[in-house]
Design a protein around this ligand. Structure first.
Ligand code: PGA
Length: 250
């Protein structure tokens, strides 16, 4: 299981970020059963990862540039800069970034850059809304084909997917029903089987994201998933510690 803590634009200070991470480091869980990935803001990343060696927590970035390094590109952070901080994962295609205009074509470039730098892309997929005539499935299929279509089977094998319906994310969101989750994961797998092959399509890790917290974690754990992408609940170290414990208890 992979538990990805997406801290988004939190907390406000490095002091608080350190406090959260110091508390998290006290967590007791079975390291063989779960890999927690902390994704702080870029400005906090190095201070947290700097002296941390060989522990149970891995680090992820919340974004990378779609360009290779050493470019004139104001404000961007390249995959190689992130790699230099010993970051092993990067979140790509989060709906909050898509809202800023990131399209599938751009996401594919980011994935390519991550893979080139041996960083595991955690790629978010998910529909805006659900409707009666299964439009959400067409939307998902389009995302998968446009984002992954140019990659080889060998490249896609190095990717982690997250099914994160946009309607489930954030304060106004509500967590998905396990039945719907399983159906959608199967749908994603079928597309992957068609695009690549059966083995790859059925085994690629797929996480779930959207309003996961300590109250609903046991229920969602019944789903056919390999872990979670967690926003709000992950910034509270006590909550995240409980979640890690629950995940390793199954
Ligand atoms: P949430 O966010 O857990 O706060 O709904 C999830 C995410 O945006 O990745």
């Amino acid at each position: 299981m992979l538990v990805v803590a997406n801290w988004k634009m939190n907390p406000d200070s490095l002091f608080e970020a350190k406090k959260i991470f110091n508390e998290l480091k006290k967590a007791k869980f079975d390291r063989r059963a779960v890999t927690p990935v902390i994704c702080p803001a870029f400005v906090h990343l190095e201070s947290l990862s700097h002296k941390y060696r060989g522990g149970a927590f891995k680090f992820g970035a919340q974004n990378i540039a779609p360009f290779s390094s050493n470019r004139e590109m104001t404000g961007e952070i390249s995959a190689s800069m992130v790699k230099d901080l010993r970051v092993e994962y990067v979140i790509i295609g989060h709906s909050e970034r898509r809202k800023l205009g990131e399209d599938n074509n751009l996401l594919a470039k980011k994935i390519a850059n991550a893979l080139k730098n041996k960083i595991t892309p955690i790629v978010c997929l998910g529909e805006e809304a659900r409707d009666q005539d299964a439009g959400h499935l067409r939307e998902l299929e389009k995302q998968i084909r446009e984002i992954l279509g140019e990659f080889s089977k060998e490249a896609v094998r190095k990717i982690v997917l997250v099914y994160e319906p946009v309607w489930a994310v954030g304060e106004k969101g509500s967590v998905i029903e396990v039945h719907d989750l399983n159906q959608t994961v199967l749908f994603i797998r079928k597309i992957l089987v068609g695009m690549f092959d059966r083995k790859m399509g059925m085994s690629l890790p797929i996480l779930y994201g959207g309003s996961v917290n300590e109250e609903n974690i046991d229920e969602i754990l019944k789903g056919d998933i390999h872990g979670f992408l967690i926003g709000r609940a992950s910034v509270n170290p006590f909550t995240l510690k409980k979640i890690l414990k629950r995940v390793t208890a199954v």
